[in-house]
Design a protein around this ligand. Structure first.
Ligand SMILES: [Zn+2]
Length: 113
């Protein structure tokens, strides 16, 4: 059972889903079930393993051991990164400076501290 939202125009709750939209049976108002803007935001926002939004300069820790491709280096779980830099594009969103060097990591392996 999902709760349908009340109509944003007339505030009555006689609404129903119609494809990607909700429709109000009383006043005929239609509005998107998923706001178009949220898609754009989801692309721009980088979230850590817990779903917290990461920003440039945030401190994070690794939540698992990460083997660095093409090297014998393993970044240890619990390693701290004092200040991250977010990079847009590509599947590795976070530029991290660690004792072992500078690496591009996936945000899903990081946790904000
Ligand atoms: Zn309405």
């Amino acid at each position: 059972m999902s709760t349908l939202p009340a109509c944003p125009q007339c505030t009555l709750e006689n609404t129903y889903p119609d494809g990607d939209n909700f429709v109000c049976a009383d006043c005929g108002f239609e509005w998107p079930a998923v706001a178009a803007a949220s898609d754009e935001e989801a692309d721009a926002v980088v979230r850590d393993a817990n779903g917290n939004i990461l920003n440039d300069g945030d401190a994070v820790v690794l939540i698992k051991d990460l083997k660095v491709k093409g090297s014998s280096i393993t970044l240890k779980q619990g390693s701290k990164v004092k200040s991250i830099r977010l990079v847009s594009g590509g599947d590795h969103e976070v530029d991290c400076k660690l004792d072992a060097g500078q690496f591009m990591l996936k945000a899903c392996f990081l946790k904000k501290v």
